[in-house]
Design a protein around this ligand. Structure first.
Ligand code: ADP
Length: 425
C-alpha cells in the first residue's frame, strides 16, 4: 500500500509532539510530588500542567507544617515534663487508686527501690503516717497533707502531699515527699540551745537574787556580810555578761558562717599583737612562750576573728592547762596551709571527751569550769570561725601530759583544709 510522504511526516510529527507532551507531563508530576513531599511553604509558580493545583499544594503544605510544629511543641513539652518529673529534687511517686506504685522519679527510687513499680506503697515504703494519709485521701478524694517518719534507722522525717488526678479514664494519686529531717534536727538543736542558755543564765540570776535577799535582811547592818555578798553579785554579774557576750558572738558567727570572710591576715602582726596583749590579761608573762614565724606569712581571712580564736584557745590553756612548764604558741607553714598551735603541759583531756569539746555548753568538769567563770562556748565559737575560713581544728591530748590545739588555715581562699587533708591521707 502506498502512503503519501506528507501523511507519514504528519503522523511522525504528532507522535513526537505527544512524546514531548508526555515527558513534560511526567516531569511536571514529579515536580508536584517533590513540592508536596518537601512541604514548600511558598507558592512555587513553576508547573506547566499542574499550575492550577499550586494553591492547593501550598495550603496543604501550610496545614502540614502547622500540624508538624504543633507536634514538635507537644513532644518538647512532654519531654520537659518527663525530665521535670524524673529529676525533681524531692521524691515524687504516682499510685493507682489501690495504692500500687505506677511511676516514681529518681529521688523516689533512691528512697524505695528501683523495681518498686507494681508494689503496694504501704508495704514498699514503710513509714508511719502513710496509710492514714492515703486513707484520708480516699475519703476526701481531693488533697491531703501529713507528716511521715521512717520506721528503720536512721530515722528520717518527711512532709507529704497527696492528691488525686485524672489520667485518661483512670484516677491516680500523686504523692510528693519533702525530707524535713534536717529542719527537725535544727528545731531540736534550737530547743536544746534555748533550754541550755536559759539554764546557764538562771544559775547566776538565782545566786544574785539570793545575795540581794541576804543584803536586804541580815546583811543590812553587817559590814562583813555586805562586802562578801556584794563580791558574789559582782562575780555572778560578770559571769552573766560573759555568757551574753559569748552568745551574741556565737550567733553573729553562725549568721555569716557560710560566707568566706574578706580581708587579709598578717600572721606576723597577729603574733606581735598576741605577745603584747596576752601577758597583760593573765599577768603570767613568764609562762607563755611565743615562737614567732621566721618568714612573712599572709593568709586570707578576718584578722579579729582569728585573733578571737587564738585568745579563746590560749585562755583555755591558761585556765585548764596550768603547769610549771610554759605554754607554747607556735606557727608552722605547710604546703598549702598554716598551722597555729597552742600547747600546754597541764592535766590534759580524756580521749572520749575530745570530740565533745566544741559542743555548745560542754565542759569536762562542770562545776570547776563554772567556778572559773567559763561559759562552755569558747571552743564552739572557735569551731565556727575556723569553718568560715575553710580551716580545721585538731585537738590532741593525753591525760596528765597536756593538750595541743592546732588551727589549720588555708593560704588561699579556694583551698579547703578539710578536703585537702582527706585527699592527702
Ligand atoms: P569554757 O572554757 O568557756 O568552759 P570551752 O568551749 O572553751 O569553754 O571549753 C570547753 C571545755 O573544754 C572546758 O570547760 C574544759 O573542760 C575543756 N578544755 C578546753 N581546753 C582545755 C585545755 N587546754 N586543757 C584541759 N581542758 C580543756
Amino acid at each position: 500500500m502506498f502512503i503519501h510522504k506528507e501523511i507519514i511526516f504528519v503522523i511522525s510529527f504528532v507522535f513526537l509532539l505527544s512524546g514531548l507532551i508526555l515527558i513534560l507531563f511526567i516531569l511536571d508530576f514529579i515536580k508536584l510530588k517533590k513540592n508536596i513531599s518537601q512541604q514548600k511553604k511558598r507558592l512555587v509558580n513553576n508547573h506547566f500542567f499542574f499550575h492550577a493545583y499550586e494553591p492547593i499544594v501550598y495550603s496543604l503544605n501550610q496545614t502540614n507544617s502547622a500540624a508538624q510544629k504543633e507536634i514538635n511543641k507537644k513532644e518538647i513539652s512532654v519531654k520537659f515534663f518527663q525530665n521535670f518529673f524524673f529529676n525533681f529534687p524531692d521524691p515524687l511517686i504516682i499510685l493507682d487508686s489501690h495504692f500500687n506504685i505506677t511511676e516514681l522519679n529518681r529521688q523516689g527510687q533512691a528512697l524505695i527501690e528501683e523495681n518498686a513499680v507494681g508494689r503496694n506503697i504501704i508495704l514498699a515504703m514503710r513509714m508511719s503516717g502513710l496509710e492514714e494519709l492515703l486513707k484520708k485521701l480516699l475519703l476526701s478524694k481531693k488533697f491531703e497533707t501529713g507528716q511521715l517518719r521512717t520506721l528503720g534507722s536512721p530515722e528520717q522525717f518527711f512532709h507529704a502531699w497527696a492528691s488525686f488526678f485524672k489520667r485518661g479514664k483512670d484516677n491516680q494519686i500523686l504523692l510528693r515527699l519533702y525530707n524535713s529531717t534536717n529542719e527537725k534536727k535544727f528545731q531540736s538543736l534550737q530547743r536544746d540551745f534555748l533550754a541550755n542558755a536559759s539554764h546557764e543564765l538562771r544559775t547566776p540570776i538565782t545566786a544574785i537574787l539570793g545575795c540581794c535577799e541576804t543584803l536586804l535582811g541580815v546583811g543590812k547592818s553587817d559590814e562583813k556580810i555586805r562586802t562578801k555578798f556584794m563580791k558574789i553579785i559582782k562575780k555572778e554579774s560578770s559571769r552573766m555578761r560573759s555568757l551574753v557576750e559569748d552568745l551574741l558572738l556565737l550567733l553573729n558567727i553562725e549568721r555569716v558562717e557560710h560566707s568566706y570572710p574578706s580581708g587579709n591576715i598578717s600572721i606576723n602582726d597577729l603574733f606581735i599583737d598576741l605577745m603584747q596583749l596576752v601577758p597583760k590579761i593573765y599577768s603570767v608573762r613568764n609562762k607563755l612562750t611565743f615562737f614567732k614565724p621566721l618568714m612573712k606569712i599572709d593568709i586570707p581571712g578576718d584578722y579579729n576573728e582569728i585573733k578571737q580564736v587564738m585568745l579563746n584557745i590560749i585562755d583555755n590553756a591558761v585556765k585548764y592547762g596550768s603547769s610549771k612548764k610554759a605554754i607554747e604558741i607556735r606557727c608552722r607553714k605547710k604546703d598549702s596551709f598554716i598551722e597555729l598551735v597552742v600547747i600546754d603541759f597541764g592535766k590534759g583531756i580524756e580521749t572520749n571527751n575530745i570530740p565533745l569539746l566544741t559542743n555548745r555548753f560542754f565542759r569536762v568538769d562542770e562545776s570547776r569550769s563554772r567556778e572559773m567563770g567559763s561559759t562552755g562556748l569558747g571552743l564552739s565559737i572557735v569551731k565556727h570561725i575556723i569553718s568560715r575560713h575553710n580551716g580545721n581544728l585538731e585537738i590532741k591530748s593525753h591525760p596528765g601530759a597536756g593538750s595541743a590545739f592546732k588551727v589549720c588555715l588555708p593560704l588561699q581562699k579556694k583551698i579547703n583544709v578539710e578536703d585537702y587533708k582527706t585527699n592527702v591521707n
